[in-house]
Design a protein around this ligand. Structure first.
Ligand SMILES: Nc1ncnc2c1ncn2[C@@H]1O[C@H](COP(=O)(O)OP(=O)(O)OP(=O)(O)O)[C@@H](O)[C@H]1O
Ligand SMILES: [Mg+2]
Length: 365
């Protein structure tokens, strides 16, 4: 039986593990958390990510290694060798640092928001001479769910933002007044074949993804997004699923960031596409033929943040696919998601609306 090692055992690892079971593949995870979501999908080795012993042990047990989050030490991935771990070290290194990411985008002719590297208080104070207010001060590394970001609307915000983030490597970037956000998600296998999902439109609240819906009503936008996506995959000789996050402004695309892994905005593919992003990630790293990425209707996904209301139990499980990652509730924490598939846009909206009413009522009994 093929064995895959997965660094990280959060919900993404869990869903990779479930997809692996369907393909008759065994997953072994590595995660310092004793009670991680992926323990329901396979054995979990408990080591810190920075402990090279753990990665060594994992590599002695499996045929190939992948990771479900981008803060794995690049040195550890590099040391494993380019034929054993996917995506490779270069993709990981770039994805870990917003500056390297932006430079990659620029080198490929992919538009990015105006930005400035901030190395000192002076740099930050002078930002407004290059970038108009409002702009966002972001840590270059370790950000997720909007953490490590402060919006600067005027000179009055500078001192406090600096005091909060000054211990990090920083970048300031133009706040884009986007019409909406999309992500391009697709897989490339070892042989270089690519399979792309329909474009996904995403809505965030307080920096956290809330809702994703499939969006294929604008072919030009789809073509542009996947032209960029393919450029990145090809440049990095990338293997696995990659998600590219983009802002849409008057029909034009501006790249925000990419994730070298399966992505929250692709969770709808579990029930809403023939082959899920999790299955295709596994297929890609094993150099199997990639599965059909087309959507099975108007698909939508709503994240369950902070709590999983009991009211969701009243929904028909054949129409509302509720995923509970088994995590302890905590404010702003992603605990699960619900996917719906509809035959019309209106029906999708109605179904998502029904979920939101339950979430807003917060029926936690
Ligand atoms: N320059 C920007 N202009 C406008 N909105 C932005 C900008 N940067 C970030 N945002 C908003 O904040 C969200 C989160 O930012 P970003 O993706 O950079 O951070 P993150 O913490 O890595 O998020 P995640 O890991 O959840 O994708 C974006 O999806 C977008 O809604
Ligand atoms: Mg993001």
């Amino acid at each position: 039986m093929t064995k895959i090692g997965i660094i990280g055992a959060g919900q993404l690892g869990q869903m990779l593990g479930y997809a692996a079971k369907k393909l008759n593949i065994e997953c072994i995870f590595l995660d310092p958390n004793l009670n991680s979501p992926a323990k329901s999908a396979g054995e979990v080795l408990n080591y810190e990510f920075s402990d090279l012993e753990g990665i060594k042990k994992l590599s002695s047990m499996v045929d190939v290694i992948t990771y479900e989050f981008e803060n794995v030490p690049v040195e550890a991935i590099d040391a494993l060798g380019s034929k054993f771990v996917f995506p490779g070290a270069r993709a990981l290194e770039i994805a870990q640092d917003r500056l390297k990411e932006k430079k990659l985008f620029e080198s490929l002719g992919i538009p990015v928001a105006k930005y400035k590297v901030i190395n000192s208080f002076d740099d930050l104070q002078n930002t407004a001479s290059e970038i108009n207010y409002p702009f966002i001060l972001k840590t270059r590394r370790f950000g997720y769910d909007g953490k490590g970001q402060i919006t600067i609307n005027s000179p009055n915000d500078i001192a406090i933002a600096w005091s909060q983030l000054k211990d990090h490597q920083l970048i300031a970037e133009q706040m884009i007044m986007f019409d909406y956000e999309v992500s391009a998600i697709g897989a490339r296998n070892i042989s270089g074949n690519i399979a792309s999902y329909p474009l996904t439109q995403n809505k965030h609240k307080e920096g956290i993804l809330r809702t994703s819906i499939t969006k294929n009503d604008n072919q030009k936008l789809v073509d542009d997004a996947y032209k960029f996506h393919t450029k990145i995959l090809t440049e990095l000789d990338y293997v696995g699923v990659l998600a590219l996050e983009l802002f849409v402004v008057k029909g034009k695309l501006i790249a925000n960031e990419f994730a070298p892994r399966v992505h929250n905005s692709g969770h709808w593919t579990i029930e809403g596409a023939h082959s899920s992003q999790f299955e295709n990630h596994l297929r890609a790293i094993l150099d199997l033929k990639l599965g059909d990425t087309s959507n099975l209707g108007f698909v939508g996904m709503e994240n369950l943040i902070g709590a999983i209301p009991n009211g969701l139990k009243s929904l028909n499980p054949k129409e509302y696919f509720v995923h509970d990652y088994g995590k302890a509730p905590r404010p702003k924490r992603k605990l699960g998601h619900v996917t719906v598939i509809a035959t019309t846009q209106e029906e999708r909206l109605e179904k998502l609306q029904k979920i939101r009413v339950i979430l807003e009522n917060k029926d936690l009994n």
